[in-house]
Design a binder for this molecule. Structure first.
Ligand SMILES: Cc1cc2nc3c(=O)[nH]c(=O)nc-3n(C[C@H](O)[C@H](O)[C@H](O)COP(=O)(O)O)c2cc1C
Length: 219
């Protein structure tokens, strides 16, 4: 059976930085012989964890999984049974986007048992990757976002496997910088980033897609 890799896009913008990274990763997976599907979180009608604790109920029929039924329910099932998963998110206010955070609550909270060391009961050890896109540059991101990255990736590692990390810094934010109030970012520098750096980032995503597909195919 073809190996299935789901790429969760936590950006509301189609055809922008995060979406393009997802598409490039998907192309790598497909070229290497796997199946890739991009899940656009902002197309799905769902909310975060309701704190119902059905996932922790002794002998409960939904023990270890989210029992709340909405648009995310089939996605959670798909991800849990996949061969690989990618979490891609822009950085909003120093964090993952709201939609990605809501997915994280619903996907991961049921997996961690309330026992010493929070052991995971995730059904499958999937291959994983994370993609972050952000406005700030690499130097600032290293100072500001390492805790965020490490914390998020810790959950992923305990439940599934240690993720490959791909960061896209200093992203191009608007189609035309002249139309927006934006005095602190230099449009020529941003344009240079988009034309010279972003293609390299896309290539990195493509290569990571190839690598993940090869790993799951050769397992
Ligand atoms: C609401 C909002 C908050 C943001 N906060 C941050 C931030 O804290 N740090 C940062 O580096 N970029 C921030 N950005 C910029 C985005 O992370 C960046 O432009 C990203 O590449 C957008 O991804 P997209 O092109 O896929 O939409 C923010 C953008 C928005 C819309």
């Amino acid at each position: 059976m073809t190996k299935q890799i789901y790429i969760v896009n936590g950006s509301p913008r189609k055809n922008w930085n995060t979406s393009k990274m997802c598409e490039s990763f998907a192309k790598g997976v497909i070229d290497a012989g796997g199946y890739a599907e991009i899940i656009n979180l902002y197309d799905i009608d769902f909310k975060g964890c309701r704190s119902c604790f059905a996932c922790k109920l002794k002998n409960g029929k939904n023990f270890g999984k989210c029992s709340y039924l909405d648009g995310l329910t089939p996605i959670l099932d798909k991800i849990s049974q996949a061969d690989g998963v990618v979490f891609a998110s822009p950085i909003y206010f120093g964090d993952l986007t709201g939609a990605m955070r809501s997915l994280v609550e619903r996907l991961f909270f049921p997996f961690f048992e309330y026992k010493e060391g929070y052991p995971s009961i995730a059904p499958k050890k999937l291959k994983t990757a994370v993609i972050y896109t952000m406005n700030i540059n690499e130097e600032l991101a290293n100072q500001m976002y390492q805790d965020l990255f490490n914390r998020f990736e810790w959950f992923i590692e305990i439940a599934f496997s240690k993720p490959q990390r791909i960061c896209v810094y200093d992203t191009y934010q608007f189609l035309n910088y002249d139309r927006y109030v934006c005095e602190i970012f230099d449009k020529n520098h941003k344009l240079k980033q988009r034309e010279e750096q972003f293609p390299k980032d896309l290539e990195k995503a493509y290569n990571s897609g190839v690598k993940m597909a090869q790993e799951v195919i050769n397992e």
